[in-house]
Design a protein around this ligand. Structure first.
Ligand code: FAD
Ligand code: SF4
Length: 396
């Protein structure tokens, strides 16, 4: 792939430093001089996942293989959890542990990760960590758009040659597109899946409409039991069923970038650590290439693992959820709880749950792009996503 600096980049005014405009996910690239490459690199201007898969993993995904189609290029997949979880991590802290081991073993000199600002636990503050303490301080999700790549220039200035980047799909697509321009000897990428992210203001609206005590939420996750789990400052957990979310008020809360994203599983990371393909309480690991395996090997003695499993059939639930979301139907809480209990008992589990989540988001996002950016539809939706969406009947 040849990257040509965008000719007009120097002429861009500060107000137009986000060429993806309202689709910008604030990945941070445009806060650096790498903005010169934005027209080629931005995930929302130039979707190029198959080409970048080839560049990163040596091949792009095989659309005729179900696991490739859904989860991207991989050489291994498993469920795992730390035998001694890190307190305050999002799940058991596998991501933070790998990053710390990479640094202390001298495989990298720095780690791009994201802490929060002093006065707001959800306001992201990207950093290049050079100590285990700084990595630990970045644990737990900042469930907001985060400009992780804004510190890329500092990598160059510091003279670092071996780097680990932790990030979500849109950040990693832009990173891969400029990777060869960074002057690094070795780049490792540790990714997480990501969906339904929000701006800081959007997050407040989500918390205010969904939680009983928005001010005390320290963490939340949409979990495999079809409930949102909010953890509060006092250690208590609040459960809200997915089907009870106030969809009519929340429909416009998710960032336009996330409503038009088709890289839920972070296709271009070397190693992906999420949860959605694993049984409840476990994390889901996708090893995409040898660099990913090298990272995972560093923590083998700190984790227990089990093979991935798959149970149930998601198709009917996905098909039914399409018009329900479209019409912003919200169930009364008693019905939502009941539905949650039933689906939890008979619904999709393990990899089938991950497919359920991917199908639901891809169909929703396809409709969003088709209705709001019809001119982008053909180029922006990758072939694998089209193949997945074709399984369902969509409203106009
Ligand atoms: P920890 O050890 O707690 O480390 C978390 C790491 O995430 C930190 O290193 C930090 O730098 C990084 N991070 C935090 N916030 C951001 C951010 N906004 N952008 C980039 N990096 C960030 N997994 C799924 O399976 N399905 C999902 O739908 C899903 N959605 C997610 C949405 C977001 C916004 C994020 C950040 C992650 C999501 N994940 C999802 C991943 C999952 O929630 C956990 O982050 C993952 O399993 C790692 O857990 P851990 O305990 O090992 O991480
Ligand atoms: Fe720039 Fe990133 Fe926004 Fe695209 S998503 S316009 S690359 S900051």
């Amino acid at each position: 792939m040849t990257l040509v600096p965008h000719k007009k980049a120097k002429a861009l005014k500060p107000s137009s430093r986000r060429p993806a405009k309202e689709l910008c996910s604030e990945c941070g690239l445009c806060d650096t001089h790498y903005i010169h490459y934005v027209k080629e690199a931005c995930a929302f201007i130039n979707q190029q996942i198959p080409e970048l898969e080839e560049q990163t993993h040596g091949r792009s995904r095989d659309l005729d293989k179900s696991d490739d189609l859904y989860f991207g290029v991989s050489q291994d997949m498993m469920a795992a959890r730390k035998t001694e979880p890190i307190a305050g991590a999002q799940w058991t802290g596998i991501v933070s542990t790998i990053a710390i081991e990479m640094l202390t073993h001298g495989l990298v000199e720095g780690v791009i990760c994201v802490q929060n600002t002093e006065d707001d636990r959800f306001q992201p503050k990207p950093i290049i960590a050079t100590t285990p303490e700084e990595i630990l301080a970045a644990r737990v999700n900042k469930p907001t758009l985060s400009p992780n790549l804004s510190v890329l220039e500092l990598v160059e200035q510091s003279g670092m040659k071996r780097l680990l980047v932790i990030g979500v799909g849109c950040q990693i697509q832009a990173l891969r597109a400029v990777e060869k321009k960074l002057g690094l000897e070795k780049l490792y990428v540790l990714g997480t899946p990501c969906t339904d992210n929000v701006t800081r203001a959007g997050l407040q609206k989500f918390l205010d409409t969904t939680s009983r005590s928005p001010k005390t939420v320290v963490y939340y996750e949409f979990m495999q039991d079809f409930q949102v789990h909010f953890k509060h400052e006092d250690g208590s957990t609040e459960l809200v069923p997915f089907f009870g979310l106030k969809t009519n008020q929340l429909k416009d809360v998710f960032a336009p970038s996330c409503l038009s994203c088709f890289d839920y599983v972070n296709s271009l990371a070397d190693l992906v650590v999420g949860y959605m393909g694993a049984p409840f309480g476990w994390q889901w690991i996708v090893v995409r290439n040898d660099r990913g395996q090298e990272m995972l090997d560093l923590v083998q003695d700190q984790i227990e693992t089990q093979p991935v499993m798959s149970k149930g059939d998601r198709h009917q639930a996905v098909q039914q959820s399409i018009p329900a979301y479209d019409k912003a139907i919200t169930l009364p809480m008693w019905a939502a709880k009941l539905m949650g209990v039933v689906i939890e008992k008979i619904g999709p589990k393990g990899l089938e749950y991950a497919r359920f989540s991917i199908d639901s988001h891809f169909t929703r996002n396809y409709l969003y792009v088709k209705r709001n950016y019809p001119e982008k539809l053909e180029q922006h939706v990758p072939g694998y996503a089209k193949r997945i969406i074709e399984q369902y009947k969509l409203p106009e």
